[in-house]
Design a protein around this ligand. Structure first.
Ligand SMILES: [Zn+2]
Length: 620
């Protein structure tokens, strides 16, 4: 389905919905533009504020309650169109009583247009509803899936267009709203949201939240569980299950320094507090930049703070993404490429230039690997996701190619000028949206023309619209990696693993070592490496994942038990995707993959099962 067909479908439904007491519908020519991947009509009626009052029903796996929307209406507007997917609507009413509504036909990922007729002058609409136990944004964990094993846990993931599965809302990044919420949970549990949060358990089980800054729907977030809090400084802290919170606070102790570094570069942090929540291991992402409360995977807890660049990334979203937001999911690189660039700058400030160069190199490797799997049309920064699940655009391209484009600009104009440009950009477009075309225009007028840099020199078109990497791609260089390459080459020439010089290597060096080993490796070489470095037993998820890829590629059976265990005990898509993909490459591997998946699937979030179902053709 192409995007234009979504718009067309809206029109058909609009016409089909005529029985409501509304004035004649506009003809298709007059139909206001519909945001991509949304059924909503913000140009007619726009949500300004959301009030949620929800009870969390763990046995039924449902949120039950009401959403009240404050609306700004254009003159003559008579209806509000929201996005809704798998919601059961019980009643819709305004100040004057019940309102007529109509749920259109649902279309897979996009859900349905939820159209409410509005009498003139309507300011507030209340929707009583309940979510479905299968709501795609929500994951209901059994006690066994938590660290404490005693209480259930609820977590949400709204990006890209999953908010509509738990809140009836205009689910597009072009609509921003403030919110408040009352959340009722079992008395032993704590609720927290992407908002002002409690730091103490509340004996009543009723938690109230306020989000004073306007956010797009994909940043709505909730978690409920046995959650404790440890402060890091006056404005940041860590939430996690009680048995995890101390190790999490130790791992993420650098957050206050990261905030200071980010503010020096890009201006004040505008969201009040910055806390992180370490979730149970099924969380599908490394992190999610829910404002005021980043959600994190526990696979970042390596014990040596070596994987905290993900936290720098999520913090950086407080500027790129949460403050200046991609106008559509086709412009996703404006969120992720900028954030990856900022993440590397914050990491450089804290841990030095060579450390940042290692991150750049590892990112570039992931990008080049991804190019092997992607259709050329999805390799430009600006992608066409019309009619597709926008999650399909969540590849390494917006992240790594996007950040390399910014690094190229830095190399051309100089760091000082790019920093000044970015600082002004975040100030000027704070709480607004940005398109790729508008950004390129700003780049042209503010950086290229004043500095006499031609567009041909920058190869803008190749970066934005063409596959692969342009010839002017920046080449990061790390001294630490040069040392690693000498050792992997020596291993390739026959030096025993025990004779390699690897003392004091960082996680990033180990990763680069595994990437730069000669191909293919024999079973004897794999066994030699494993005996010496104990990769199969490592507690570092990042290293383990790359090692397990080798184990699949080279049929190293002693690691198969660890492979299965890793796939069953965590659900981070970045790890699942390459491992299942590699297994699926051979008939025997595919069989093993399906056997493991049958066991693991119930523990994954829908974001991950959506991807892995496709890789394994599950259910076909
Ligand atoms: Zn990001």
């Amino acid at each position: 389905m192409r995007l234009s067909s979504i718009a067309a479908a809206t029109l058909l439904l609009t016409i089909a919905c005529q029985p409501m007491n509304t004035p004649p519908q506009p003809t298709p020519m007059q139909q206001p533009s519909v945001p991509p991947h949304s059924w909503s009509n913000p140009e007619e009626a726009r949500v300004e504020h959301l009030t949620l009052d929800l009870s969390v029903d763990f046995p039924a796996k449902q949120l039950v309650g009401a959403a009240t929307l404050r609306i700004a209406m254009a003159p003559g507007a008579r209806k509000l169109v929201l996005d809704a997917r798998d919601l059961t609507i019980e009643r819709v009413f305004g100040a004057s009583g019940d309102l007529q509504y109509r749920m259109g036909t649902a279309q897979s990922t996009f859900g349905a247009p939820f159209e409410i007729s509005l009498p003139a002058g309507t300011k507030n609409v209340t929707i009583q509803y309940r979510t479905s136990p299968g709501a795609a944004a929500l994951q209901w964990l059994e006690p066994a899936q938590t660290a404490g094993k005693r209480w259930p846990f609820l977590l949400s993931q709204s990006q890209s267009i999953l908010a509509r599965t738990w809140v009836p809302i205009q689910d597009t990044p072009t609509v921003r709203f403030t919110y408040d919420a009352t959340i009722r949970v079992p008395k032993d549990l704590v609720a927290i949201m992407s908002a002002e949060n409690p730091t103490e358990r509340n004996a009543t089980g009723v938690y109230r939240f306020r989000m004073l800054q306007a956010i797009p729907s994909y940043l709505l977030a909730i978690a409920v569980g046995d959650i404790a809090f440890r402060p890091l400084d006056a404005r940041s802290g860590v939430y996690a299950e009680p048995s995890v919170v101390e190790s999490a606070a130790r791992e993420f102790v650098d957050i206050p320094r990261m905030m200071t570094a980010a503010e020096q570069l890009y201006g004040p942090y505008r969201w009040g507090r910055y806390d992180v929540l370490v979730l149970p291991p099924s969380f599908p992402f490394g992190g999610m930049e829910n404002p005021r409360l980043t959600f994190l995977t526990p696979t970042l807890i390596a014990g040596d703070r070596s994987l905290v660049s993900v936290v720098a990334h999520e913090l950086a979203h407080s500027w790129s993404g949460n403050l200046v937001t991609n106008a559509t999911w086709n412009d996703f690189w404006l969120n992720e490429g900028f954030t990856t660039y900022l993440e590397r700058r914050i990491s450089e400030q804290l841990y030095g230039r060579d450390h940042a160069e290692m991150l750049w190199t590892l990112g570039g490797k992931e990008l080049r690997d991804e190019f092997d799997l992607l259709p050329p049309a999805d390799e430009g920064l600006k992608v066409d996701l019309a009619g597709r699940d926008p999650d399909e655009g969540s590849t390494q391209v917006p992240y790594e190619k996007g950040s390399l484009f910014l690094r190229l600009i830095e190399e051309k104009v100089g760091r000082e000028k790019l920093d000044a440009f970015l600082r002004r950009y975040f100030d000027e477009f704070a709480f607004k949206t940005m398109t790729t075309d508008k950004f390129i225009e700003l780049l042209r007028t503010r950086l290229l023309v004043p500095n006499n840099i031609s567009e041909a020199d920058l190869q803008i078109d190749a970066w934005v619209n063409k596959p692969g990497l342009p010839s002017n791609v920046p080449m990061p260089r790390s001294q630490a990696f040069a040392l690693v390459e000498a050792q992997s080459a020596a291993f390739g020439r026959g030096t025993a693993a025990s004779s390699l010089a690897t003392s004091n290597w960082s996680t990033q060096q180990w990763l680069h070592f595994l990437h730069s080993l000669p191909k293919p490796l024999t079973t004897a070489q794999m066994a030699d490496l494993d005996r010496q470095f104990r990769f199969t037993q490592t507690g570092n998820s990042e290293i383990l994942e790359v090692w397990l890829e080798h184990a699949i590629d080279y049929g190293y059976e002693p690691a198969y038990g660890a492979l299965e265990d890793f796939l069953v005990r965590q659900g981070r898509r970045k790890y699942l995707k390459p491992l299942y993909t590699k297994m699926a490459a051979t008939p025997a591997g595919l069989e093993r993959a399906k056997r493991i998946y049958a066991k693991a699937r119930a523990g994954y979030h829908s974001v991950s099962t959506q991807t892995i179902d496709g890789i394994l053709k599950w259910g076909n």
